[in-house]
Write a protein that binds this ligand. Structure first.
Ligand SMILES: NC(=O)c1ccc[n+]([C@@H]2O[C@H](COP(=O)([O-])OP(=O)(O)OC[C@H]3O[C@@H](n4cnc5c(N)ncnc54)[C@H](OP(=O)(O)O)[C@@H]3O)[C@@H](O)[C@H]2O)c1
Length: 239
């Protein structure tokens, strides 16, 4: 397969790039960190190519991705996380995070979609954070809820073109992103586990790839409870 992966310079995206290359696929690894991109291409010179750009920059993103053809699989994993301090509410945090997680991801979709052929697969990385109103997650959680909704609508609208669309909802994964967290992260998994779960889900054509299973299922069940319960549970977790 020819695979495009954003966020390939770190964490989940990087592990996916390495694992797919190891399996013999051709990967175009995307990110801003040129040094890491170079290391990836040096490790698998015949299987990993790289594109350095900032997905928050629409012109750059369109210019870099628009000409790619023959792509079988796109995994849009690039993302950022910031937690809100409600006492110092600053809407600029929404602008920063949405610019990458939502608008940046959509710039990638805009650039790649015209050249995606029948039978190709578009995968957007969200988060299980979308499932409950977690403390301090107003910005990050809402960005990932938007990604999940967009994914579901895209599946409806791209069906006729024969393009499969899937949403990935990881629980806690040990990456540089979560290294900054100062709270307990139940059922945290490794990037190797995350990559394996995502690759298996994609291979099976699953529309909703959520893992680890117990954590994701628990959150899905909680998300079906009355909202007053969800708020009470989240308040308890926050205290
Ligand atoms: N780790 C978790 O527990 C967890 C849980 C749920 C969901 N997720 C989601 O999984 C995805 C990957 O997360 P991760 O944990 O692997 O994070 P990570 O290790 O911090 O990696 C983030 C990646 O996104 C790229 N990126 C960020 N801003 C970018 C920008 N403006 N332009 C281009 N690339 C940009 C980074 O590349 P450069 O710095 O090179 O640009 C990096 O490769 C994210 O969407 C995240 O929200 C993670």
């Amino acid at each position: 397969m020819n695979i495009v992966i954003t966020g390939a310079t770190s964490g989940i995206g990087q592990q996916l790039a390495l694992d797919y290359a190891e399996q013999g696929h051709r990967v175009i690894a995307c990110g801003r960190n040129q040094e890491t991109l170079q290391q990836l291409t040096q490790k698998y010179p015949d299987r990993i190519g790289s594109l350095a750009f900032d997905i928050a920059d629409k012109a750059q993103t369109l210019a870099k991705l628009r000409t790619l053809t023959g792509i079988d699989l796109v995994i849009l994993s690039a993302g950022v996380c910031e937690y809100l301090d409600v006492e110092n509410f600053d809407a600029a945090m929404f602008e920063r995070v949405y610019q990458v997680n939502i608008f940046g991801t959509m710039y990638c979709v805009q650039a790649l979609l015209p050249n995606l052929k029948r039978g190709s697969h578009l995968v957007l990385v969200g988060s299980t954070a979308r499932l409950l109103p977690f403390t301090k997650a107003e910005v990050y959680g809402s960005s990932k809820a938007a990604i999940h909704y967009i994914t579901r609508s895209l599946e409806v609208d791209l069906g006729q073109r024969g393009i499969k669309v899937s949403s990935v909802s990881p629980g806690f994964v040990k990456t540089p992103m979560t290294a900054a967290n100062d709270f307990e992260m139940p059922m945290e998994v490794s990037v190797e586990f995350a990559s394996s779960a995502i690759r298996k889900g994609i291979a099976k054509g699953k529309r909703d790839i959520a893992f680890p299973w117990v954590f994701a299922t628990l959150l899905k069940c909680l998300s079906l409870m009355p909202q007053s319960w969800q708020v009470a549970i989240s308040r308890r977790m926050a205290s």
